[in-house]
Structures are given as structure tokens and as C-alpha cells.
Design a protein around this ligand. Structure first.
Ligand code: COA
Length: 336
């Protein structure tokens, strides 16, 4: 039997039109453009409208994918996974809303794994495709994180944004496709970053909160450490060395965290995709949105090895190397 390898063959993304700049935030809280830029690299973030929710943004990202590759990209999708921390409701799953909206004959579930959720969805889709369980998976990262922000807490309010990204995952021929991925979790750090509590507290006594809480300093240290270890592990699992990586698309949380990882990997700045300045941290949407930008800028070329890595609440992390290409939709166009 021939080995089946799963790859990403189509991409689409969406960011809400409403933009909140650092100067806008200066007017409503005790902060400054200078503080935000020097600590995080963020200049603006796109924020969902009052009546715009995760499902709406997920739909838009799939519409963008269809605009780029044609309706045939959705033909035969038999599984929809939406990675999100902010589903419209706990049920129905946002993935079911997507399945219905696009008339897909498919199973559907949401996946919750904090910011690395979309990479977890990619790894799940890879396993479904490579085992023969699914032929074609629509894997979406969609987030309305600003709905969980405490706008009185300047240490978190300035960091986050909203958006969505969608990809098709299906069999491709080697050397294209997704190498074995790295998934990790350290629940001992659950109290460092949490939101959306339905009840009670963690085993260590930390009270869970409804609005987003973050111990920024500790999460920063964790992020720098895990970006280093997870990327090296993913590169090794792909049978490569850091110098083989043509493009690095990390989770877009903080420019300083991205720069630290880039330097440790010895990659030149032009090999790194940065969108955090424009979007802030939009959690599960961050990597597929950044990849769509890179594609539009002509930075993802056939055969390129692309390193993906993310980290977040849980604590959790994920990483993997994708060899880009092998797609079968000839009519790719840049979407407006
Ligand atoms: N504007 C102005 N001052 C602010 C501020 C803001 N928006 N937010 C916090 N400050 C203040 C703090 O109150 C503190 O003041 P103090 O020294 O008088 O107490 C000071 O700035 C320094 O705070 P500190 O937390 O040490 O800043 P930092 O350099 O660690 O940067 C983060 C803060 C949040 C940017 C940084 O810790 C970080 O990026 N952490 C990781 C976050 C992350 O990636 N989260 C996503 C996970 S998916």
C-alpha cells in the first residue's frame, strides 16, 4: 500500500474591517503607542463588530478560499474542524454552522486548544487523511477573542485581535505535505492564562475568570522557551536542520518572542512572516492568516519548507514543518 501524505492545498483568510490603533487605545486607557510598540511590535488590531462572531469570520475565511481557488476546492470535503476558543456557543459546534452554510456532506467538530488550536486541527486533519478516515478536511482557525477582553486591564487589552483563516488538507504526493508534528501541554501552568470560566477553580486553587487573565511575564518566559524547543523538535522530526527552513510562520503574539526564536534558529529576518503589527494576537487565526499574507506576497514557493509553531494557554504548544505545494487547484488568484 502506498503511503498517503496529507498536505495543505488551499488557503483563505479574513480580518474584520474595524481597526483599533494604539492611538485609539491611548484615548480609553492609560497606555501609549510607544509602550505597546516597544513591548510587543503591535501597531493596530482588527476587531470584530458588535454583531460579528466567530462563525461569521469562519464563513468569510472560507468564502475567501473559494474566491481564490474556485468552488471545486470545497468539493468532497468530508470533515470540518473549527479551532476556536470563542465559539458562538458551546453547542452547536461552529464547525456545524460552517458545514451547513457551505452545504457540505461532512462531519463537523470544534477543537479547543488555546492559541495552538489551529495547529492541533492541522495535526488532527493530517491523521484523519493519512489513516484513510477522511479524504478532504476543511480546517479553520477563527477567533473573536476581543469579546473575552477586560477593557479595564491594559496589560492584556492591547494585545489581542480577531480574525479567521481556513485551509484544505488532503493527500498530496511526496515531497509535499506535512511532516510529523509536535504537540505539547503542561497543565501545571493553567493558572497563567485563562478565560471563559463556566465554573470553579483549578486544582492549585487559582480562581478561573470569565474575562481573559494573563500573567504576561511568566507566559513570556514560557513562550520563548517553548518556541525554541518545539521548533527544533519539529525540524528534527521532519529530518531537517534549521538551515533547510525557507520560511518561518510563528504564532503572532509578540515581535520580541518571534525575534528571539528567529535568532535561536539562525534565520535571516526575510525568512520570517510577521503580521502581529497589523493584527495583534488573534489566537487560532494567527498562523493561517499570516500564511495567506505570505502567499499573496509571493513568499511561499513550490517546495518551500515552512516551519509553523504556536503556544498558548493550557499551557500548550504545537509545531510542524510543511513542504508547500502539490495542490490541484490551478486557478488560484489573489482575493481582494
Ligand atoms: N501600557 C502601559 N503600561 C503597561 C501596559 C500598557 N498597556 N501594560 C502593562 N503596563 C505596565 C505594567 O503595569 C508595569 O508597570 P509597573 O512596573 O509600574 O508595575 C510595566 O508596564 C511593565 O510590565 P511588565 O509586565 O513587566 O511588561 P513586559 O515588558 O513583561 O511586557 C507583555 C508585558 C504582556 C507585553 C509581555 O509580558 C508579553 O508579551 N508576555 C507574553 C504575552 C503573550 O504572548 N501572550 C499570548 C499567549 S498566546
Amino acid at each position: 500500500m502506498m503511503n498517503v501524505r496529507a498536505g495543505i492545498t488551499a488557503l483563505g483568510a479574513y480580518a474584520p474591517p474595524k481597526v483599533v490603533t494604539n492611538e485609539d487605545l491611548e484615548k480609553i486607557m492609560d497606555t501609549s503607542d510607544e509602550w505597546i510598540r516597544t513591548r510587543t511590535g503591535i501597531r493596530r488590531r482588527h476587531v470584530a463588530g458588535d454583531d460579528e462572531f466567530t462563525s461569521d469570520m469562519a464563513f468569510r475565511s472560507v468564502e475567501d478560499l473559494v474566491r481564490r481557488y474556485g468552488e471545486e476546492a470545497l468539493e468532497g470535503v468530508d470533515l470540518v474542524i473549527v479551532a476556536t476558543n470563542t465559539p458562538d456557543a458551546l453547542f452547536p459546534a461552529t464547525a456545524s454552522l460552517v458545514q451547513h452554510r457551505f452545504g457540505l456532506h461532512a462531519g463537523a467538530f470544534d477543537l479547543l486548544a488555546a492559541c495552538p488550536g489551529w495547529l492541533y486541527a492541522v495535526s488532527a486533519a493530517k491523521a484523519y487523511v493519512e489513516s484513510g478516515q477522511s479524504k478532504k478536511v476543511l480546517a479553520i482557525g477563527a477567533e473573536a477573542l476581543t469579546k473575552l477582553i477586560n477593557w479595564e486591564d491594559r496589560s492584556t487589552a492591547v494585545l489581542f485581535g480577531d480574525g479567521a483563516g481556513a485551509v484544505i488538507i488532503e493527500p498530496v504526493e511526496e515531497p509535499y505535505g506535512i511532516a510529523p508534528m509536535v504537540l505539547g501541554s503542561d497543565g501545571a501552568g493553567g493558572g497563567l492564562l485563562h478565560a471563559g470560566a463556566i465554573g470553579r477553580c483549578l486544582p492549585d486553587g487559582t480562581n478561573l475568570t470569565d474575562k481573559l487573565f494573563m500573567n504576561g511575564r511568566e507566559v513570556y518566559k514560557f513562550a520563548v522557551r517553548v518556541m525554541d524547543t518545539a521548533t527544533l523538535e519539529a525540524i528534527e522530526k521532519a529530518g531537517l536542520v534549521p538551515d533547510d527552513i525557507e520560511l518561518f510562520v510563528p504564532h503572532q503574539a509578540n515581535l520580541r518572542i518571534i525575534d528571539a526564536a528567529r535568532e535561536r534558529l539562525g534565520l535571516a529576518p526575510e525568512r520570517v512572516v510577521v503580521t502581529v503589527d497589523e493584527y495583534g494576537n488573534n489566537s487560532t487565526a494567527s498562523i493561517p492568516l499570516a500564511m495567506t499574507h505570505a502567499l499573496d506576497e509571493g513568499r511561499m514557493k513550490d517546495g518551500d519548507r515552512i516551519l509553523l509553531v504556536s503556544f498558548g494557554g493550557g499551557l500548550s504548544w504545537a509545531a510542524g514543518v510543511l513542504t508547500w505545494g502539490g495542490g490541484r487547484y490551478p486557478n488560484r488568484v489573489q482575493a481582494g
